[in-house]
Every structure is written in structure tokens, then in C-alpha cells.
Design a binder for this molecule. Sequence first.
Ligand code: PMP
Length: 363
Amino acid sequence: MTGQKEPAAVRAWEQNIRRVTPYVPGEQPQGGRLIKLNTNENPYPPAPGVAEALRKLDAGMLRKYPDPAASALVKALAEAYGLASEQIFVGVGSDDVLGMAFLTFFNSERPVLFPDVTYSFYPVWAELFGIPYETCPLDAAFAIDPRDYDRENGGVVFPNPNAPTGCFLPLRQVEDILRHNRDVVVIVDEAYIDFGGESARSLLDRYENLLVVQTFSKSRSMAGMRIGYAFGSPELIKAMQDVKYSYNSYTMSLPAVLAGEAAVRDQEYFKETVGKITATRENAKKRLAAMGFTFPDSMANFLFIRHRTVPAKELYEALRAGRIYVRYFTGPRVCDYLRVTVGTDEEMEELYRFLEEYLAARD
Ligand code: PMP
């Protein structure tokens, strides 16, 4: 009897499948004219040297395995940030780096702590790796209260600025969390730090249990290349490398290493691009406030906005029908908001025009 399914009871293998509820990435709509402000990508191209590095790449070079240590990229990062190569770990986007960090450092019976409103990948990794966790509620203004992290735990992780709120926790408060958590690893996820925040990198000398994670996806316009990195004490970095080499030696492709190195070497272009985005963001704050939107003050390349009268879901759907994509999250508290990535000035003007017309027509 070919083609017929065995009865359900016989399929014992099903019981041994690892079942998880996956992270849901933002939509990547294809084709047509659209404005994409939904996944915090950078609207500007990567540094010119990146295209040049890729042009120089000969297909024959792909024959060999890449350098498992991605040394050229690590060296460029070490020079750019004034650190030793032993203090740097690189991976396939900061998601890969964060996943490795969870697997390496969060290995206790005690719960790992992170905010209740935060990057929704944290609980997914915790579930996948069987790590107990507890969330600490943000206050009414979406701020992290460092005192919430002053209790027994198996590790701490939070983004700074936080996502999807954009709120930046001043460095002295980050240090406050570190001061009260000397016996566990504290991960500061700085995916959005370059848009105006102050990195916890300066605290590395004093806290050997601190891991700072950053990415090429936002400020360096290279989400498609998948490069992330972490700064930490040589002990932390070595521990992460041991886990990585126990899982996949060749995480960084040759194109990623070469393109990443070229991007890091062009600090001037980096500063210019980040400057343009922060200027557009500050203007967006004024324009959106004038339309009746409120938002926590963002230090990231996105704004977490809510309208005085119109529900977020309605606006999300209207914008989508108008081919303007922003991010809408279901879930308590966040469902009242839209997360809008800062695009070019032209893209933002189209957003304002759409919203102004929509809100006027609805009155
Ligand atoms: N951390 C935070 C807070 C993010 O919002 C993102 C983007 N989804 C990441 C990490 C991962 O970004 P990437 O893997 O592209 O570096």
C-alpha cells in the first residue's frame, strides 16, 4: 500500500522531535514599489569599499574553506575599537553571536533575567536551550529599572538601546547592573548603539563578566551579509569560541570576512551615514509629534509610536495597503504601538504625507 500514511499511533519518532515556537522575523515583501520601514535596515548602501571588496572576489577563491577564525575581520575590528583580537568574537549576524552567548554563558539552574518588553528572540533561545528565565517589567515610560536585576540569577541580558522601544539606558545605570551582578555574565546587546547611545565597551576593563554584542546589520548597512560581533574579556571570548568550534567551525564566509573588513576600515562613511539617520530621526520626532503621535525618546534607528486616537493595528493595516511597511507586534503593551524604522528623508516624507492624509480623512 504505497502512498498511504501509517496510523498516527505508530509514528513514535514524532515524540522525539524538538518542538519549539520560533522567532518570527519581520516581513520581507518582494517586488513592486514599496517603502520598507519594518525591519530596522539602513536605507543607505554599505561603504563603497564593500562593493569593491566583493568585485575583487574571484569565484575560484570560494574553493577553499574560509579562515575559521575570520582573522582579517577580527583584526580590523580590534584596530577600529582599540581592543586586542582575543577580546573579539565574530558570528553570522548578532543573532548568531547572541545565540552562542546564551548557549555558552547561561548554564545555571537560576533564571536568566531580561526585560518583559524586549527583543523577542531572547525567550526563544532560552526555550531552545532549556535555560530558565524570568522577565523584569519595564516601568510606565518603558525604562529599565536597574534595581530589578539586583537579585539571584543565572545571567542578565538586555538591549541598549532597548528594542522595540528605542530607550537608552545611561551608562552609569548599565554599570549599576554590572556592579550588582559580578557572579554571572551580563550581555549588553548593542545592535542600535551607534545611533546616539554610549557603548558599554568602556566598562570592559573593569568587568570581565561583561559581553557587549554589536552588528553590521544596522549602522553599517549590511543586514544581508550577516555579520555580528562581541567584545569581552579573553576568558569569555575563548569560552564562546570553544562552543562555536563544537558546533560549526566555518561560520564566517569569505565574502563576509572581506566585505566586513572593508566596512570597518571606512570610519568616515560610517559616521556620515549614522549622522544622516540620526538627523532624520530627530526630524521624525517633531513631525510625528505634530500629528498626535507619542513615543518614548528613541536613540535607535527606529521610533516606537502610538497615536492619540487611532489604534496601531488600524494604522499598520492602512499603511500596508498603501505599500508602506512598518512593524506591528501583538502582545500586551506593545500592541498599542508601531515600530517605524528611520528611512531616507524622501521615504519619511512619503510616510508623513500618507499619515497626514489618513488622519485628516478619518476625523
Ligand atoms: N538584537 C536586537 C535588539 C535586534 O533588534 C536585532 C535585529 N533583529 C538583532 C539583535 C539581530 O540582528 P542581526 O542578527 O542582523 O545582527
